[in-house]
Design a protein around this ligand. Structure first.
Ligand code: PMP
Length: 381
């Protein structure tokens, strides 16, 4: 008999049945009044849930497109931009910005650590920056940036647009667009929203929209805020075909969030992360991100000495859990495990139990039930 495979990579995450059902519906015209109503309601809900009084965009594309969209609409060739990078996805902004012809300065941390807010402030004081980018959770390191604190500091730089990449955070880590002073928050559908890949969502402040306006015509066509804004105000209009079934799927994901309550959802993520990280440490793995800047959406686990990455992940897959490998310098030395979105306690118990079986089959020392015991204890706190 084939073992079911649990998808525990840090995105795409498991897609629950009710969301799958939305993707399996018969597709309708994007001008269908029922769809237009659904789309409109979704956009309203997204503003309310993430506490944004600005604009919201839902466009077909991936997280990378969201990154590009944020940059394209707030900067022009020759501008200075500051990139705060805590890993691979922070670094992705460097190439992206250079291609746009921006002068990119980069503040990087060691993998597993964060750039101190004071350092960001110092750098911003050196010259005029059109924008700063911060990756809320860098999926390559499992590090969570203090976006609220950075937002507070950004109040001293009213001419700089504060861009937050929430691809691996939004709907799992607390994000309040207005209160945190975020000018552009971008994310994707496939992580803590628990929807299949294919949608980019962005929230923008009035300041960001004013910046867009000041740029006049921009070279980018598909990702222009000004082209999409009329559609977001009235989804019966056309600019480019919306991903009808994914929009429905996102609406169902949002319905689930409303039912759970955002604060409860954030608390659940925190509790699950603590439980998973403690259980995994008990099993001999080291969480790469330092205490105090650990994400709740995923864990990046450095192997005990002598672990064969390919063999371990192969055995895990045979036993029924898909995880991701480490990136860059951590390739072969670490695995990455998502625990965000609509995962539940059943999933977590399965994951830890499966890791115990895989360790056993890999010939590593393991006491069955030890990790599961720690997990259960934390889940019941
Ligand atoms: N930013 C972060 C933090 C990510 O984790 C990812 C994807 N892992 C991206 C951006 C890029 O998103 P996508 O793969 O959907 O283009």
């Amino acid at each position: 008999m084939k073992t079911r495979k649990l998808l525990m990579i840090p995105g795409p995450t498991p897609v629950v049945r009710s969301i799958q059902d939305q993707m399996g519906r018969e597709t309708v015209a994007f001008g269908d009044p029922a769809f237009v109503k659904d789309f409109k309601e979704l956009l309203e809900d997204l503003k309310v849930l993430f506490k944004s009084s600005g604009e919201v965009f839902v466009v077909a594309g991936t997280g990378t497109m969201g990154m590009e969209m944020a940059i394209a609409n707030t900067t022009k060739k020759g501008d200075n931009i500051l990139i705060v990078s805590h890993g691979f996805f922070g670094d992705r902004f460097i190439d992206l910005c250079k291609r746009k012809g921006l002068n990119a300065d980069v503040l990087s941390s060691e993998w597993g650590e964060i750039v101190p807010v004071e350092k960001i402030k110092e750098k911003l004081s050196e010259k005029k920056y059109a924008a700063v980018t911060v990756t809320h959770v860098d999926t390559s390191t499992g590090v969570c940036a203090p976006i609220a604190e950075i937002g507070e500091m950004m109040k001293s730089f009213p001419e700089t647009i504060y861009i937050v990449d929430g691809v691996c955070a939004t709907a799992g880590e607390p994000e309040y667009v207005d209160d945190m002073g975020i000018d552009v928050l971008l994310t994707g559908s496939q992580k803590a929203f628990g929807v299949s890949p294919g949608l980019t969502m962005l929230w923008t402040s009035q300041k960001a929209m004013e910046r867009r306006k000041s740029l006049g015509d921009i070279p980018e066509f598909y990702i222009d805020f000004e082209k999409w804004l009329p559609i977001m105000k009235d989804p019966s209009k056309y600019y480019a075909t919306p991903a009808v079934n994914l929009v429905w799927a996102l609406k169902e994901s949002v319905r689930i969030m409303k039912e759970e309550g955002m604060e409860n959802r954030y608390e659940r993520h925190k509790k699950f992360a603590r439980a998973m990280q403690s259980a995994l440490e008990t099993l001999g793995f080291r969480v790469l991100a330092k205490e105090g800047c650990r994400a709740v959406t995923l864990s990046n686990l450095v192997y005990p000495e002598g672990t064969d990455d390919a063999k371990f992940r192969g055995l895990l897959a045979e036993e029924g859990i898909m995880v991701a490998g480490g990136l860059a310098a951590y390739a072969g030395r670490m695995f990455r495990l998502g625990h965000m979105g609509n995962v539940d306690k059943h999933d977590l118990v399965s994951v830890i139990a499966t890791i115990e079986r895989a360790l056993y089959r890999a010939g590593m020392p393991v006491e069955f039930g030890k990790g599961v015991g720690v997990l259960q204890k934390h889940l019941m706190e």
